[in-house]
Design a binder for this molecule. Structure first.
Ligand code: IMP
Ligand code: MG
Length: 183
């Protein structure tokens, strides 16, 4: 394990969050065949586990958003770089994110998906960071709030590294910047 990483949530605990979210979604979407839209790339691990834990029919799609400039400043621009391929008009859509920080990425993606006239649109995020000045969106389904700091593992990366880790880790001091790029 790289020495600058500190475990903040073991895989077993993440698994319990996923099971709880899956149960909530099963209750609300059992007869709706929802389209689960994962935000690439980070959500792919969560989405794969979530979809199977739901144990109800659902379809899968991906959307990709890139942020340009520092993601923590108001000037950060979020652009859709890959769109969903299935028509979602009249469908029940659940946007699946691994982490909401300021909420810029998901609010932009939600706005974009709303333009396609889904029957409903909800947000499911595994993690949300505590921020002082508020988020741009609040998830309809949330796994856990976490403290500020840059986290990796369970699909989340730092410069494409560490996505494979099964637990959630915080990157030690000096390890991170706020530069944008592919989410
Ligand atoms: P937001 O637009 O500020 O909500 O940032 C959300 C996006 O930034 C997420 O989809 C992640 O891809 C990325 N992100 C934010 N915080 C972290 C983190 O701590 N680790 C890894 N990626 C993060
Ligand atoms: Mg993401």
């Amino acid at each position: 394990m790289p020495g600058n990483l500190k475990l903040i949530m073991p895989p077993e605990e993440i698994h319990l969050l996923v099971l709880r979210l899956a149960a909530e979604l099963r209750r609300d979407y059992a007869d709706k065949n929802p389209v689960m839209v994962g935000v690439m790339k980070g959500a792919f691990v969560f989405l794969a586990d979530l979809m199977r834990a739901m144990k109800i029919p659902s379809e899968i799609e991906f959307i990709r958003a890139g942020s340009y400039g520092r993601r923590d400043t108001p000037s950060t621009e979020v652009r859709i770089t890959n769109d969903v391929e299935t028509g979602i008009k009249g469908r029940h859509v659940v946007l699946v994110e691994e982490i909401v920080d300021r909420g810029r990425t998901v609010s932009k993606v939600m706005e974009h998906l709303k333009g396609k006239s889904p029957a409903s649109l909800k947000l499911c995020s595994l993690f949300m960071k505590r921020v002082e000045d508020g988020h741009e969106v609040s998830p309809d389904y949330l796994g856990a709030e976490i403290d500020r700091g840059f986290v990796v593992g369970y699909g989340l990366d730092y410069k494409e590294e560490y996505r494979y880790l099964t637990g959630l880790y915080v990157v030690g001091a000096g390890g991170v910047g706020g530069e944008g790029g592919e989410e």
